[in-house]
Write a protein that binds this ligand. Structure first.
Ligand code: ZN
Ligand code: ZN
Length: 648
């Protein structure tokens, strides 16, 4: 008999050789019908793998991330089979599942695959799927595996790096593939699939290697789910921040300036400035002090901090001075600079905490193929701050940072988020620096702060950095996509490396604890997420233009000017469309610009000293005629619903 531990902690006894599917059936037949994959002791296994030792078993359905992974990876096997069938002589390499679907990297030789070919491949995949072929693993010796793949240099390379006795193939239908495992029971579960795109990809991601063709696909257990997914993809395209950023005139890129280096246009710069001012205002209340540090620093600074070891060789190379032989690096992180600011003064425990904040621009090299709009860039600005406190202050400081992060999310309309607390792996204490006592304090501080603040959080053991535990916030956007925002990290390492001290009540020198935190993370990435989350309909307080005045004809130009001045007196951002165009045309153009309020002025309005208001996106609804004062009240009320003042 063997003992199997299930995720709920229950332990059940079974005869050795039982399969995950049989365990599922022992729980309930209904549950077993939904089980599509499993993991045993943290390793992906097949639902038909015989279990012969004690251990913990997790059974997955389509609703689990791991279940989807097995589903999509299994589909990549069927796709590989079809590609091999339709394009003879191609060489298969790797076909993993990704966040949305899967891909297979293929060396097509002289052949090509394009969009026109997708339909035929999809049809054939579904045809094979309907035949309900089982996925079955089989062990293969290294010599045999090398012989089978002697014509395929990619698989040969993969096999060469594996140990004899650990090599397995997965069979289904007439197809086999080198594979570690982790499949769904049979192809019949795949009811809908689509090839999404093809792209070039270097073998093993190295540009010195041969370029392969990456075929992306996705599959589902129901046709309806594929339809919904494709609608979501279309909506994501409409909301793509690169497209909207151009239409709303927020930012641009110039090949002359360089790839991955965004240029903020006036409207985008103003929007970003509003975000920064908003945060600065809250931070001031929370006791932060603004600092400013240079964009470069001596190489030694980053050697001391350890960043050189982490970013050095794979990032921008040192800048050399013409004569003195000095070496500078573009700043990859603001932390070392802030440590040196801390070090300018001898501190006493009563002076702490010190909270230094900076909109700090940092530079990190990304391969050109990795660059993507504002989400992957080579230069970006962090809403960074470092808190230096005593270990006893950690608890309350952590809570204050959470308050600030929640305030930021609330003011920007991110309501759906979860948090993850990353703590030590208690079985590997050697992996971490800092005293056990301090780690316990820090982990306790984070967990109690998260609990106190009512966060929906999970605890992940072993996910902490070697230098301290952390709390990460994951927000879900309007399309249901997860983004990691706002990290709060406790750090025992930099205070050590920079020899930071303070004098305690005992008159002895002690090490402060450091907290790194950035609610937005990077301004660039955050604004990209915000654009896609809101589709460019930012919260009213953030909108580049809140109202546009549309005059019915040039005759009312003076009145339009007068209204604009009144708006400005009420701190409402507005502009006038005075073009000699029809009102219909002016409304359509204002709609495209997503300006929240259209203010229409003509004879009637001028005579009565009123304005007619029309809301963006509310076609067909009548205009309401009000005074500018009444309008200002509507705007302020709406703003105060999202933008509250930060209370400490
Ligand atoms: Zn596989
Ligand atoms: Zn930092």
């Amino acid at each position: 008999m063997i003992k199997i531990t299930l995720p709920d902690g229950s332990v059940k006894e079974f005869i050795a050789g039982i399969t995950p599917m049989e365990v599922a059936k022992s729980i309930s037949e209904g549950f077993a019908r939904n089980v599509i994959s499993a993991s045993f002791n943290g390793m992906a296994v097949e639902t038909e793998t015989a279990i012969t030792t004690d251990g913990s078993l997790v059974l997955y359905t389509w609703n689990d991330k791991e279940g989807k992974k097995a589903f999509w990876h299994s589909t990549s096997h069927v796709m590989a089979q079809v590609l091999e069938e339709m394009y003879s002589g191609i060489k298969l390499t790797l076909g993993p599942a990704i966040d949305n679907g899967f891909y297979y990297d293929v060396d097509f030789g002289d052949q090509k695959i394009g969009e026109a070919d997708f339909k035929a491949v999809e049809d054939r995949i579904l045809e094979i799927a309907r035949e309900k072929h089982e996925f079955k693993m089989r062990p293969v010796s290294k010599a045999e595996a090398l012989a089978i793949y002697k014509e395929n240099e990619y698989k040969t390379e993969l096999i060469s790096n594996l140990e004899d006795g650990t090599i397995t193939f997965c069979d289904h239908s007439t197809f086999y593939d080198l594979c570690r495992g982790g499949h769904i029971p049979n192809t019949g579960l795949i009811k809908a699939m689509k090839i999404m795109s093809v792209a070039g990809a270097y073998w093993r991601g190295d540009e010195k290697n041969k370029q392969l063709t990456r075929v992306y696909g996705i599959s589902f257990p129901k046709q309806k789910e594929l339809t919904e997914y494709l609608e979501l993809v279309e909506e994501a395209k409409r909301r793509d921040h690169r497209k909207l950023g151009k239409e709303l005139e927020l930012f641009a890129f110039s090949q002359r300036v360089g790839q991955g280096l965004p240029l903020w246009l006036p409207k985008g710069a103003a929007l970003r400035d509003r975000l920064e001012q908003f945060l600065k205002k809250a931070q001031k209340k929370a006791g932060y002090e603004q600092v400013i540090t240079p964009h470069i620093g001596q190489k030694e600074l980053y050697v001391t901090s350890g960043h050189y070891a982490k970013y050095g060789a794979d990032s921008f190379q040192p800048i050399h001075t013409p004569t003195e032989g000095e070496e500078f690096l573009l700043k990859p992180m603001n932390c070392p600079h802030h440590c040196e600011i801390y070090n300018t003064t001898p501190w006493r425990y009563k002076d702490l905490p010190k909270r230094y904040a900076e909109s700090g621009t940092v530079y990190r090299y990304e391969q050109s193929g990795e660059l993507h709009g504002l989400t992957r860039v080579r230069g970006f600005t962090q809403d960074d701050a470092h808190i230096f406190c005593t270990p006893d202050q950690l608890d309350s400081e952590f809570k204050k940072v959470i308050d600030l992060v929640l305030y930021v999310f609330g003011s920007l309309g991110f309501e759906n988020f979860t948090a993850q607390v990353s703590v030590r792996d208690l079985d590997n204490p050697d992996k971490y620096i800092g005293s056990v006592e301090n780690w316990e304090k820090a982990e306790h501080a984070i967990i109690s702060a998260a609990t106190d603040k009512g966060l929906n959080f999970i605890i992940e053991s072993g996910e902490a950095a070697f230098y301290g535990p952390k709390l990460d916030f994951m927000v879900k956007d309007a399309l249901g996509r997860q983004w990691q925002l706002g990290t709060i990290q406790v750090d025992y390492n930099l205070p050590e490396r920079f020899d930071l001290t303070y004098k305690g009540a005992d008159n002895e020198l002690h090490r402060p604890v450091m907290i790194h935190r950035a609610p937005f993370g990077s301004m660039e990435r955050f604004i990209a997420i915000l654009i896609e989350h809101t589709a460019g309909n930012f919260p009213l307080w953030l909108m580049p233009e809140q109202a546009i005045i549309l005059s019915l004809s040039e005759k009312y130009e003076n009145y339009a000017e007068k209204v604009l001045t009144l708006l400005e007196n009420h701190e409402i951002r507005g502009l006038i469309d005075n073009r000699n165009e029809t009102i219909g045309r002016k409304i359509r153009d204002a709609e495209v610009k997503k300006i929240p309020f259209m203010i229409i002025v003509g004879e009637e309005e001028e005579k009565n000293g009123t304005i007619s208001i029309r809301r963006h996106g509310q076609e067909g609804k009548g205009n309401s005629t009000i005074t500018v004062e009444e309008f200002a009240q509507i705007v302020n009320e709406e703003i105060s619903k999202t933008l509250k003042t930060f209370d400490v």
